[in-house]
Unconditional design. Sequence first.
Length: 84
Amino acid sequence: MDIKTMPLSRLAADPTAALVECADSGSVLVVELPDQRLVAIQPLDATEDDDLISELLESNPRFRELVAKSKAGPRKRFPLDSQS
């Protein structure tokens, strides 16, 4: 598994590009926070049955509420670039 690192400032400057790069490459993205902590962002394959989603649905009432709220509302397209 490839791992890419970037400072928080780069992610903040263009979050869409950074996340699309992560999703397209299949690499884990490690974001370096200013206080030297690290946060990992991992792409998920929407076509595979993902245990993380199942675990969240089973164990996290807040996540279930967010999913229910999302299902109840109209769908909005996610902009693919920052100019949309």
